[in-house]
Design a protein around this ligand. Structure first.
Ligand SMILES: [Zn+2]
Length: 334
């Protein structure tokens, strides 16, 4: 083989190989196309942006520490939790809306285990005034119970999910509203006592509200909002008010949450929204189904899901804001 034939053969071979092999995927330097992905939803609001799962978890860690002894209603630990909520409301600059400053103390007979005993319990109530001169006379209630089971047979029940999670979220949602654009209606933040022994704090508040009862236009309740997957939250109340349902359904994608309605009826009386529902006040309850640590000593702060906490706080914030700004108050019983 002479060199010319060899060269020609080499060239031919190169062409054949080149033709037979697939073309190089890309010869220019334009960046590769990325599969279309929806941009994360943006809410242009300082308050919304300030919400953080880590901040809520810090409250949970504190409220579940041993000094609070499980926050039993009417116990020393319960009173420490009351003080914690009161200090938080005060430091945020909320307006005192109890009967004694932020406090709404009441004496009651406990149910269940504490049946025969008179108990001194106390809700903690604060207002963030609305921005509209007329609509600020109406209130959107945002609530969570701060009590838990206390100590039983020497064992502390810390109640991280139930309901340090709702209590911490309540504080952080209130804080966010002090930073963001203020809704037209006023917001009434209530930390309830005595939920675990018969919804006693919420029953007392509905019976003896510290603002005019006709001024209560809606109630959002958080109880157990920190366990389970990042993006799932369960609701009750959507079937009884189309306006409330529309508000929370518009908020859910912005909070990156999938809403579940299968406990809608079953959970109507499951927590502090119950007395409000019975009084004909449109309500939404936010929570997760009972889990392996429900009402067990294992309901501890290390098991809470910060992402879920963040998303729960976001959905409550946006829903309260929408109801707070709506042209008319939500209807009930649709
Ligand atoms: Zn609870």
């Amino acid at each position: 083989m002479n060199w010319i034939r060899a060269l020609m053969l080499a060239v031919l071979l190169a062409v054949v190989v080149q033709t037979a092999s697939p073309l190089p995927a890309r010869v220019d330097d334009t960046p590769p196309a990325v599969a279309a992905k929806p941009a994360p939803a943006v809410v242009d609001d300082k308050g919304f942006d300030s919400l953080g799962g880590d901040r809520i978890r810090a409250h949970i860690v504190k409220l579940t520490s041993d000094e609070f002894e499980g926050r039993g209603a009417g116990t020393e630990g319960g009173m420490l939790a009351r003080d914690y909520m009161e200090r938080a409301f005060r430091s945020l600059g909320l307006k005192e809306a109890g009967t004694e400053g932020f406090r709404q103390p009441f004496r009651t007979k406990g149910r269940g285990r504490s049946k025969a005993t008179d108990l001194d319990l106390c809700n903690v109530v604060g207002i963030l005034e609305g921005s509209d001169d007329e609509l600020k006379k109406q209130y959107v209630v945002i609530g969570a119970h701060y009590d838990h089971l206390g100590r039983r047979n020497g064992t502390i029940y810390p109640g991280a999910d139930d309901n340090a999670s709702g209590s911490g979220t309540l504080i952080e949602v209130a804080r966010a509203f002090t930073l963001g654009e203020r809704p037209k209606r006023s917001l009434l933040f209530i930390a309830f006592d005595g939920e675990e022994i018969g919804l006693l704090g919420s029953r007392h508040f509905v019976k003896s509200p510290t603002v005019k009862d006709e001024a209560l236009v809606a109630m959002l309740n958080m109880d157990m909002v920190s366990r389970g997957p990042d993006g799932d939250l369960w609701l009750s109340g959507v079937s009884e008010s189309s306006a409330m349902k529309a508000a929370v359904e518009a908020a859910a994608p912005l909070a990156e949450l999938k809403l579940h309605f299968e406990h809608e009826r079953e959970w109507r009386q499951s927590s502090d929204h119950g007395p409000f529902a019975d009084a004909g006040i449109p309500f939404l309850y936010f929570g997760v189904p009972d889990h392996e640590d429900y009402h067990k000593p294992g309901d501890t702060a290390d098991k809470v899901n910060e992402t879920l906490l963040l998303r729960a706080s976001r959905v409550v914030y946006l829903t309260a804001r929408a109801i707070g700004n709506a042209a008319s108050a939500p209807e009930f019983g649709e």
